[in-house]
Write a new protein. Sequence first.
Length: 187
Amino acid sequence: MTHILHRQISPALPVAASGRGIELFDRNGRAYLDASGGAAVSCLGHGHPDVIAALHAQVDQLAYAHTGFFTSEVAERLADRLIADAPKGLTHVYLVSGGSEAMEAALKMARQYFLERGQPERRHIIARRQSYHGNTLGALAAGGNEWRREPYRPLLIETHHIDPCFAYREQEPGESCLLYTSDAADE
């Protein structure tokens, strides 16, 4: 009996006990190929000594400091690295814990931008059908996967969805990238 409210109530999940490389092992020693490192993310693998050493070194020094009240050397170095690799003109980063939180922050920042510019009527969110942006309500609203959205539709903010961009399937031979993507503006 579990006291965890899992995503699916009925099936009993195997209990992951350890991991090595690309495999997870349950408490009975059965190996599983870990192709689920997280929803739509890449798995770094399990037990890599360089990753463990980096995590251990950071935890030994500082495990956590609330970003609303503190900054840290590692946060500052990460921001410097991200800005160094960012497109010209970007000068700041906003650090969050994951993709869904990043989407929520982006939606709020877009809204704040237009409020501060005196344009409160600019409130429409446009995204691609079949897109995935996360599982929070804002991210689900922006996401274009209908079966994910349907159970929560009454709670979602209004968004607009246009055709997905599948250039490898739908771009006509000889059609320029500019012409192909201009369909999105028309839609």
